[in-house]
Write a protein that binds this ligand. Sequence first.
Ligand code: ZN
Length: 79
Amino acid sequence: MSSFTFGPSTPVRHGTDENARRTPVSGTCPECGASELAAYRVLSEGGRWDVEKCQACLASAHRTPAPALGPFTPFGSGA
Ligand SMILES: [Zn+2]
């Protein structure tokens, strides 16, 4: 019987930066027409906002107030 060794445990990366939690959404940018919209939460004047921004030109497509507390809920089906 040969000895059995376990490999090192895989390090787990915990990315908890809210600004990095982007959710791809369907739709086109009102500014440049690119279909690279992403929804994420930002901290701005008035509190937190759920925004949809074009990843190509960073234009804001939508902007809605985010709940003060609670899980991040991605946008539903865009009209
Ligand atoms: Zn754009």
